[in-house]
Design a protein. Structure first.
Length: 135
């Protein structure tokens, strides 16, 4: 498994989008309810030289520490079945999402939300990707 993305809840997308861009994250997806950023990576690290991604998602009631932690798996369905056979309980089995990822959700022993997923090229290059800017 590869830790790829952390998504946090925010109450104001434009304010948060600007803040994370100021931190140096590169905006790759932007919507009224969601933004995804590419985290800088050292040369030769990450998928095709790219770093992990970080996302913000609009929430009416932001819960501190309510983040969803994503782990990318090339063998998602096989891995989920193997984990279930080992006694791990999932909130839901792998499902194809409208954002072109396949996701299975579970919780750690403390109730933190975890997502095992497969996105392929859509992880950092979805069809609706924000056009590159000169910034």
């Amino acid at each position: 498994m590869n830790l790829n993305q952390v998504t946090v809840e925010v109450s104001d997308i434009p304010r948060s989008r600007d803040f994370y861009q100021r931190l140096g994250l590169k905006l790759i997806v932007s919507a009224d309810h969601y933004c995804r950023f590419l985290c800088p990576a050292k040369e030769g690290q990450g998928v095709a030289g790219q770093g992990a991604t970080f996302s913000i998602h609009l929430s009416e009631a932001v819960r501190p520490n309510g983040a969803g932690i994503y782990f990318e798996c090339d063998d998602l369905d096989v891995r989920v079945e193997r984990l279930k056979a080992a006694g791990i309980v999932f909130d839901h089995d792998p499902v194809d999402q409208r954002w072109l990822w396949r996701e299975a959700w579970l919780r750690d022993p403390d109730g933190n939300r975890l997502c095992l997923y497969f996105a392929g090229v859509n992880r950092v290059d979805p069809p609706w990707r924000v056009a590159p800017t000169s910034r």
